[in-house]
Write a protein that binds this ligand. Structure first.
Ligand code: ADP
Length: 491
């Protein structure tokens, strides 16, 4: 069953229930008030007839046998002349004494049970509803009591046809049932129509999404409806999702292409070297040595790249880092000493050296700092400066590497931490890097709940920084800009 049909059924079902409750409420309250009116009529008529009798219409006479009997004086009951009401006077044994003329030849005997009433039942009386000659009537019977000795000398029965009540209730029932049925039909049709209209954009979204799946084209987007409602939010969310998937797939494709490309170069070089050896290179000592040295370099490059990729894959898979106290100042000194071996004429020096201990993975932090240091030395000409510093900046420890090297173009800065990104393809050959070093720096910083930043001016130098929170894990706050630190690196 379609969602539209289900929606229509559910809505109409609830509406029917509400209508049923409302209809029953109306019917029973009207019925109640009509019957109350009938009873009020009967009670008022009873009082009226009683007043007539009390005014002298009844005469209790003691018979020769000593029995007190009720005689009507004249035609007093005829005075009571309401076309809707029938009044009857009965003897205590149920024998009819007199009745109003509008009884019309019908027989309305007093019920046996009513004859058992005593003088104390004058105000409560006896009620009954019965059907006589296809006509429903309600009767109210009260005992007639002689004032003084409390003897019941007869019964007064006032009856009222319920024709008008039945007619009113019948009409009301028709109105409620007929009106309810029409209301239900209108509701069902309206709900189906509205549900169709509301679901139409969802249908559209589904069709577009199916089109995207079939065409395998994540660049397509679902048309956003103009109204600011749930559907608009849904389409925007779907489009965001598509954009995210698109960028993820593109990144993955690029990553695979980059990895293949990066692996092909050293492998091709090694294959060439092997061919040289195969074609007699082994016989010449110089050629053999040079070829093996080349192969060793390429193998080292391959191993370095595979290690880098493994590390990135681990951080993608959120492999848990070690968490131990790391004295960053000692770490800085250690990196400084190791970098000193690679300076090749660049002036390597230590800047600020605050004493800071953070909780983290010492090896990873050292590798990140080494990556920054090696880069700085690589991209700084002989005679230039590279400064390693450690500073406390608010809630963060800031490990920075500033150089006075070639700098990075502004257009390249947003991509610098991307995998396999190299700011300048021509110079990267010289460095031999695969463009993974900075990605690792960023991942290590993020794994420590921190982040990595860069500021650079072409021709003046760059400053890379790793910001590590002092209290782990901190609420991420905007770090101090690294542009302040460029100056430090240049000086
Ligand atoms: P690579 O192994 O190629 O050095 P990285 O991820 O470490 O890879 O660096 C990416 C690119 O960023 C480098 O190719 C280089 O162009 C640029 N870069 C990194 N550090 C510096 C620096 N200190 N000065 C200038 N350019 C840099």
């Amino acid at each position: 069953m379609s969602f539209r049909a289900r929606l229509t059924i559910i809505y109409t079902g609830f509406f029917t229930l509400a209508l049923l409750l409302l209809g029953c409420g109306i019917y029973f309250s009207v019925r109640q008030s009509l019957y109350t009116g009938v009873q009020r009529d009967l009670w008022a008529a009873t009082q009226q007839v009683r007043r007539i009798f009390n005014a002298g219409g009844l005469e209790p006479i003691r018979t020769p046998t000593g029995e007190l009997r009720l005689f009507l004086r004249g035609e007093f009951i005829q005075i009571f002349n309401n076309p809707n009401l029938v009044a009857q006077i009965f003897r205590p044994n149920g024998e009819l004494i007199d009745s109003t003329p509008n009884l019309g030849g019908r027989s309305l005997p007093i019920p046996e049970d009513a004859l058992k009433m005593t003088s104390s039942d004058v105000s409560s009386g006896y009620r009954l509803v019965r059907e006589v000659d296809d006509m429903r009537l309600e009767s109210f019977i009260t005992p007639l009591v002689i004032e003084g000795n409390q003897q019941v000398v007869g019964f007064l029965q006032i009856s009222r046809p319920l024709r008008d009540v039945d007619r009113t209730l019948g009409t009301l029932t028709w109105i409620l049932v007929g009106g309810g049925a029409i209301a239900l039909l209108i509701t069902a049709a309206g709900t189906a129509l509205i549900a169709g209209r509301v679901l139409q954009p969802i249908d559209q979204i589904t069709r577009t999404a199916q089109g995207i799946v079939h065409a395998e084209d994540l660049a397509q987007r679902v048309a956003v409806p103009p109204q600011q409602d749930e559907l608009q939010r849904l389409t925007v969310t779907i489009n965001d999702l598509l954009a995210r998937l698109d960028s993820l797939f593109t990144a993955q494709r690029r990553f695979v292409a980059d990895v293949s490309h990066e692996l092909r170069t050293p492998l091709a070089a090694m294959q060439g070297n092997l061919e040289i050896l195969d074609r007699g290179g082994l016989a010449h000592h110089d050629i053999a040595t040079e070829t093996v040295t080349d192969m060793r370099r390429e193998t080292a490059r391959l191993i370095r790249m595979v290690n880098d990729l493994l590390l990135l894959a681990q951080s993608d898979a959120r492999v848990q880092l070690r968490s131990e106290p790391v004295e960053l100042d000692t770490l800085l000194l250690e990196v400084f000493r190791e970098l000193r071996l690679l300076t090749q004429g660049v002036n390597l020096r230590l800047g600020a050296e605050d004493q800071i201990t953070v909780s983290g993975d010492r090896d990873r932090l050292k590798q990140a700092l080494l990556n920054l240091g090696v880069n700085a030395l690589q991209y700084t000409a002989t005679g230039g400066y590279v400064t390693l510093s450690l500073e406390r900046c608010g809630d963060y420890a800031c490990l920075s590497v500033a150089d006075s090297g070639i700098g990075i173009a502004e257009a390249d800065l947003p991509h610098i931490f991307e995998r396999f990104f190299r700011a300048d393809q021509s110079r990267s050959r010289y460095s031999g890097g695969a463009g993974l070093g900075l990605s690792i720096v960023q991942r290590v910083a993020e794994a420590h709940h921190g982040h990595a930043t860069v500021a650079s001016i072409v021709g003046r130098g760059s400053t890379f920084a790793i910001w590590l929170p002092l209290n782990v894990p901190p609420a991420p706050t905007t770090p101090k800009s690294t542009s302040d630190l460029v100056q430090a690196g240049n000086s």
